[in-house]
Structure formats: structure tokens, C-alpha cells
Design a protein around this ligand. Structure first.
Ligand code: CA
Length: 745
């Protein structure tokens, strides 16, 4: 009783606004927090009051002890919201931060949570747990920041949720840039790494350990029991760039990319589960460098090709510079279970520079069972430095490796844990008896914070009937929610006097039958703002009422950087008379915007003075581009003065997957020949990584131009008629052509 009384008196005398009981201080604003931190003693708890903390840069610099750490905690986990221009730095030792949520803002510096004050004042033996960073993104897509930067030694990052990073910069990085941050023995465990959308550029990694510059140093970090959920920023989900790290017991769910041993030696990758579920470009493990061990991993339903295959063993460079590719030496790829995966790549990346094939490397006791391909192995160079022993593969597979494999009949089933597995007998042979996820979703992340489910997309919401008239579409949109469908009247006339901004995915359609007609007296019809996406079905766009000005467009993106990718789907639409003035584009985009997918089906475009699609707003040649996937099927383009489709991805960066383009069963008549079309092409594809043009006719149109660059672009052109439209122009012959008929009228 005496001690309590004393504490109470002390609290009243020492502190005015904040209150303290037995070393537990409740602080209500940044000034109180700073005061409490300044006097914090081992064993103290500083409690941040529930509420919104806006524009706060918290420096938690204090010195606890192993027995008596100093804690910074939320009054109630999840109810302390840090928003606006805010961040948190830790410095000192034995500090624990618990229960904070960062959302509705972004960091004014390069880091949201930093384990240092400055280069000399870093954090050791500190822990961040039960914290959340959710959509805390700089609105400028290419303004770089890290969400979590681990410096120092012996720090822990456990049970946190990092969700929806969208601007450039690694979600979480281990930095080794000073002596005090090497040989660090950090632990990163039980975190929920939530969805990260395709950045369309390097710098979209979810977790990076080190950088090439310090990659000869050991990090000794353990990454375990984490759940990586749709981490799709670029093709390195994890970029390992330091020595002696362990990745074990993690789950990778539908992640587009791979765990990449980019630099650093003595990496252990063990008992991780990669679940692709057949999603495009999902990958597994990529091996580079010396003394790597990849064992007892489960890889299933992965479709990724080339650097994002299920298992990729790279070619290296003799005497490689530190930032390039070390040869794979004395590594082990053993006891892995690979089910229904499409690509195993050996000596991947072999080219004039990467000429050093793997040596001293074992590849044994692995099982490959696939019903999705008959030809899973691709071998790009000499594999005599890899010893293959006791592997198993389904008997109908084509196998380019002479020995070390036993063929067994394809047979898999779902086991009690819901995972596709071969027979128990076969599992026993490779010592993989218990196939079970090492961690479940609900055992990861901040316990109070929801995980990300499937987001609502086109057509999943309610239908809203829209009567014909002026701006009725705008009025209807006011009450529309994501996924809603605006249903227009068949044959109804709709007039716009304002741009229609879209901030969420919206469908605008007329039911089967006569098309609804939309006209606009403004320079644009629809504008896809950040967060917006648009699906149009059975609509006729008529430019007859558009202003007599140059620079009109039917649809545009925001004029500003967009950090949310968008979709544009067009089905059964007509676009006509966009010719009141010159340079009337169908779709106009701004720099630093990214379309996940553009889909155009069964539609016609006629009498248009500008471009239909021109995705060419990233001219810096850094491997950045504006559209991931574009498909045009069963369409007709007639009297289009500009380009029908132009895509530009410049530079030689290999971090990303796209663009992917498919043009099928499409007719062009008199396209691309306007005097303002400086590209002098109907289609121009520069740096497209996967191009299929099929069943398509160009008549009296400007030619198809290809610029094949970066990696091994796949380009297939077949069943194409070029009538009075010149030949295909290309910088390279490395494309497949079949049945191209060229005729001059
Ligand atoms: Ca990268």
C-alpha cells in the first residue's frame, strides 16, 4: 500500500497532462509521448491513447534491459491509428512496440518503421509486434519508400500485418549498411505479408535481405512461419542479398514471383509451401550463388516461366561483378515435392554474359508430378555439373536428363490437409511423409486486424437502372459502390456535359439488344481515377456532340500518378465519329499509371482521328511500362488515323513479367496512315514480353512494327493477311511467323 501511495504522489507531482501509474504512462499526443520517452526507465510502459494520431514522427529512443524492456503500446491494439505524414523510429536497446496501426497516410521520409534514428544511433534487441501498416502509400507511384527497415542486431519483427503496398520500394528490408547491422541475427516470424499489386517495375519486392554492395557479409536472419499472400509486386517476392540466412516454414499463396537467392551464400530454404493454384506467373525458388540448400519444399500449381519457374537454377558469370550473377557452386536441391508445376529451368539466363553453368550441385530425391505439362524441364546450357540421383517423375513426361530419374505413373490426390500429393509410398521414398502447411493464415499477422479477402470486381455488386437523359449516368454513379452495374436502356440516348470520374470498379452496360448511345459535350467521356476501373458492354459512343477542339478522348486515366492499377474491359461496343477535330483519341493515359488488363472484344472503332491505345508514357528506359496485359479479340478498326495499339517498355531490366499482348481475329481497314501518326505503324510493340497476333487482317493500313528486347520475348504471329499494308518491320528475326500472306493491291 505504501509503494502504491508513493507512486500516485509521484505521478501527480511529476506529470501534468499525462498520467502515470507504476511506470505506466498514458500519453495523448506527441508532446506527451516525447516527454515520457525522454524519462523512460527500464520496465516502463508508455501507452498511446486510443484515437487518431495525425502527422506524428515518433522517435522511441530509450534503453531498456533484457529483464526490463521499455514498451510503447497501444491503449487498445488496433485503436491507435497513426495517419497523415507519420512514421516511427526505434533507437537504443530492449524496446518493444505493440499494437499500432499505420493507415490513411504515408511517411514523409524514406521509411515508415525504422530500426534506427540515424546511421550512428540504431536499435538492438528491439521488437515490433502486433503492428499493422495498411495502404500507407505515397500517392506518387514512383516516389520510393520502405515500410519496414531493420537495422542493428538481434531485432524481432513478429506477428505484424503489412498490407497493400503500392508505391515503389521494398515492403520490408534488412539493411547491412554499417558494421553494427551485419551478422545481425534478426528474426522475422509469423507476419502476414498481404497483397502487393504488380508494380510493373523493379523495386516491388516484398522482403529484401541486404543489397548487392554488402552481399559478401552475413546477415544470419531467420525468416519463418510467415504467410505471403498474393505478393505480386515484381518477380522477386523475396530478394536474398546477404549470407547465411534461413527461410523455413513459410507459405507463399498465389504469389507472382519467386524466392530469389539473388546474392549471398549459405542460404537455407527449407519446408516452405508455394501454392500457385494455376495463377499466371506464380513461381517458386530461384537459385544463384554458392553453397545454397533448397530442401523439403512443397511447390504446387505454379505456372511461371523463365526466371519465375517453380525451380530455377541460374547460369552465372565467371568472376562476376558483385552486382551481377555468381555461378551456382556446391549447392543442394534435394527432397522437394513439385506437383502440377509447369516449368523447371536449369542454367536459366544463359546468354553471352551468363556463361558459367552450375557445378558441384546435387539434385536428388525430388518428386515431379505434373498433369499440366508434358515437358517441365528446360535446359539452357551444360548440366554436367549437376548430379541427378533418385528423382521421380511421371512416366508420360518428356525428360531431357539422361539418368537419375525413375519414371512412375502419374497419380496424385488431395490429402487430409487439402494439399495435392502423390502416393504415400513415393512420399516416403523422399522423406516427405507429412505434407501440411507449416503455418496457417490465422497464425500470422496482427491478431485483431482482418486479412485481405477477395476484392470486389466488375459485376459483383447491385444493378442500378439509369434512365436516358443528360448526366443521368453521373447521378446514378453517386450512389454506386464497387462492383455495381449501371444498366442503360436499349437504344436510350445519354448525354454527358461533364467528365465522368470513376473511383471504383463500375460496369456500364445495356442488356442484349439495341446499344445504348453515349455522347459528350466535354473533351472526355469517362476518366478512370485512382482506384477506378471500367467495364463497358453494348454501348455506342458517338463523337458527334464533342467539342471542335484537338485532344479529345473517350476515356482517360487520371492526369496524375496513380498508385492503384486499373482494368478496362470493352465488349460489344461501337466507337464512331471521333473526328470532329484532329487527335481525338479513344483512350488517353498519363505517366505513372498502370493497367492490369485491357480487354476489347466484339467491338468496332470507326472514323477516329487519334490513337486507340497508346501505352508509351514511360520513356526513361528503366523497364517501366503502362500495361501488363492487353487482349483485342474479334474487333474491327476502320479509318483510324493514329495507331491502333502502341506499347513501349524500354530498357533491359528483368524484374517484371509484362507486357503480354494478344490480338486475335481482328480486322483493320485504312488504319495508322494519318499524317500525325509519327509511329507510321498500326501496331507498334516495343519490349512486349509475350505477343500473340493471330487470324488478323490489315488492309491499306500502316504496318506492324516489333522491337524485340529484354530477356527472351516470345512473339508469335500467325495467319495474318497484310493487304497493301507493307511487311512486318522488326529489329530481330527472333519471332515465330506462320502463314503470313502479303499482297499489294
Ligand atoms: Ca527486384
Amino acid at each position: 500500500m505504501k509503494a502504491n501511495k508513493f507512486s500516485l504522489v509521484l505521478a501527480i507531482t511529476c506529470l501534468s497532462a499525462s498520467s502515470q501509474v507504476l511506470g505506466n504512462t498514458i500519453v495523448r499526443n506527441i508532446e506527451e509521448l516525447n516527454k515520457a520517452v525522454a524519462i523512460a526507465q527500464p520496465g516502463d510502459k508508455i501507452t498511446m491513447a486510443s484515437g487518431i494520431w495525425k502527422n506524428v514522427e515518433i522517435l522511441f529512443e530509450a534503453h531498456g534491459t533484457k529483464e526490463k524492456p521499455i514498451e510503447l503500446i497501444a491503449e487498445k491494439p488496433g485503436e491507435v491509428i497513426i495517419s497523415g505524414l507519420s512514421n516511427l523510429s526505434l533507437a537504443g536497446e530492449y524496446l518493444i512496440v505493440t499494437g499500432l496501426v499505420f493507415k490513411n497516410g504515408h511517411t514523409p521520409t524514406g521509411e515508415v518503421i525504422s530500426f534506427r534514428k540515424d546511421k550512428k544511433t540504431i536499435a538492438n534487441y528491439c521488437s515490433v509486434t502486433q503492428c499493422v501498416i495498411d495502404n500507407f502509400n505515397n500517392p506518387e507511384r514512383f516516389e520510393v519508400d520502405l515500410w519496414v527497415a531493420l537495422y542493428g542486431k538481434h531485432n524481432k519483427f513478429e506477428f505484424n500485418s503489412l498490407i497493400d503496398k503500392r508505391n515503389v520500394g521494398v515492403t520490408m528490408a534488412i539493411r547491412l549498411d554499417t558494421e553494427g547491422s551485419r551478422e545481425n541475427y534478426h528474426r522475422i516470424a509469423n507476419n502476414y505479408f498481404g497483397p502487393r499489386e504488380n508494380l510493373g517495375s523493379n523495386g516491388g519486392e516484398t522482403l529484401r535481405l541486404g543489397t548487392s554492395h554488402y552481399s559478401l557479409s552475413n546477415s544470419n536472419t531467420v525468416v519463418e512461419y510467415n504467410y505471403f499472400d498474393r505478393c505480386n509486386g515484381e518477380h522477386e517476392i523475396i530478394s536474398n542479398k546477404s549470407g547465411n540466412n534461413i527461410f523455413r516454414n513459410n507459405v507463399f499463396y498465389e504469389c507472382v514471383g519467386t524466392l530469389t537467392m539473388r546474392h549471398g551464400k549459405y542460404t537455407l530454404v527449407e519446408n516452405n509451401y508455394f501454392l500457385g493454384n494455376g495463377v499466371l506467373n506464380t513461381g517458386g525458388i530461384r537459385v544463384i550463388n554458392e553453397y545454397q540448400t533448397v530442401r523439403h519444399n512443397y511447390l504446387s500449381g505454379l505456372t511461371g516461366f523463365r526466371f519465375r519457374g517453380a525451380l530455377v537454377v541460374m547460369n552465372g558469370i565467371y568472376n562476376s561483378p558483385i552486382n551481377r550473377y555468381n555461378q551456382v557452386v556446391d549447392s543442394k536441391i534435394d527432397n522437394n515435392l513439385v506437383v502440377n508445376c509447369d516449368y523447371i529451368q536449369l542454367c536459366a539466363g544463359s546468354d553471352a554474359e551468363r556463361t558459367a553453368p552450375p557445378v558441384g550441385t546435387s539434385f536428388s530425391n525430388n518428386v515431379f508430378m505434373s498433369n499440366t505439362t508434358k515437358d517441365p524441364f528446360t535446359i539452357y546450357d551444360d548440366i554436367s555439373g549437376i548430379s541427378f540421383k533418385n528423382n521421380f517423375i511421371n512416366s508420360d513426361a518428356i525428360l531431357p536428363i539422361k539418368s537419375g530419374f525413375e519414371k512412375v505413373a502419374y497419380a496424385t490426390h488431395k490429402n487430409a490437409n487439402g494439399l495435392e500429393v502423390p502416393s504415400d509410398k513415393l512420399l516416403k521414398k523422399i522423406g516427405f511423409e507429412n505434407v501440411e502447411l507449416p503455418v496457417k493464415l490465422d497464425q500470422t499477422g496482427a491478431s485483431y486486424y482482418p486479412k485481405v479477402g477477395k476484392t470486389k470486381t466488375f459485376g459483383e455488386g447491385k444493378s442500378i437502372q439509369v434512365v436516358p437523359g443528360t448526366n443521368t449516368i453521373l447521378t446514378a454513379l453517386e450512389s454506386a459502390e464497387a462492383g455495381d452495374i449501371l444498366v442503360l436502356k436499349n437504344g436510350g440516348q445519354y448525354v454527358l456535359t461533364k467528365d465522368v470520374p470513376l473511383y471504383k470498379p463500375i460496369t456500364i452496360k445495356a442488356l442484349a439488344g439495341e446499344k445504348a448511345i453515349i455522347q459528350s459535350s466535354k473533351a472526355g467521356f469517362f476518366k478512370i481515377e485512382n482506384g477506378g476501373s471500367l467495364e463497358l458492354t453494348n454501348i455506342k459512343f458517338d463523337g458527334a456532340e464533342s467539342p471542335d477542339m484537338s485532344g479529345n478522348r473517350v476515356i482517360s486515366t487520371s492526369k496524375y500518378s496513380m498508385n492503384k492499377n486499373y482494368k478496362l474491359f470493352i465488349r460489344d461496343c461501337d466507337v464512331v465519329n471521333m473526328n470532329i477535330n484532329y487527335s481525338f483519341d479513344f483512350f488517353k493515359i498519363a505517366q505513372h499509371t498502370m493497367a492490369d488488363s485491357i480487354l476489347v472484344e466484339n467491338s468496332t472503332f470507326k472514323n477516329i482521328t487519334g490513337n486507340i491505345f497508346s501505352f508509351d508514357k514511360e520513356p526513361e528506359d528503366l523497364g517501366i511500362y503502362n500495361v501488363e496485359s492487353m487482349t483485342i479479340t474479334n474487333c474491327r478498326f476502320e479509318n483510324v488515323q493514329g495507331v491502333v495499339a502502341n506499347i513501349y517498355r524500354g530498357g533491359t531490366d528483368e524484374s517484371t513479367f509484362g507486357p503480354w499482348v494478344a490480338i486475335k481475329n481482328t480486322q483493320l481497314l485504312n488504319c495508322g496512315k494519318g499524317s500525325r501518326n509519327k509511329l507510321a505503324s498500326s501496331f507498334l510493340f516495343h519490349g512486349v514480353q509475350n505477343l500473340q497476333i493471330e487470324g488478323t487482317t490489315l488492309e491499306h493500313s500502316a504496318p506492324i512494327t516489333l522491337f524485340l528486347t529484354n530477356g527472351d520475348p516470345i512473339s508469335v504471329l500467325k495467319n495474318i493477311q497484310l493487304k497493301d499494308s507493307g511487311k512486318i518491320i522488326s529489329n530481330s528475326k527472333a519471332y515465330t511467323q506462320e502463314n503470313i500472306i502479303i499482297s499489294d493491291n
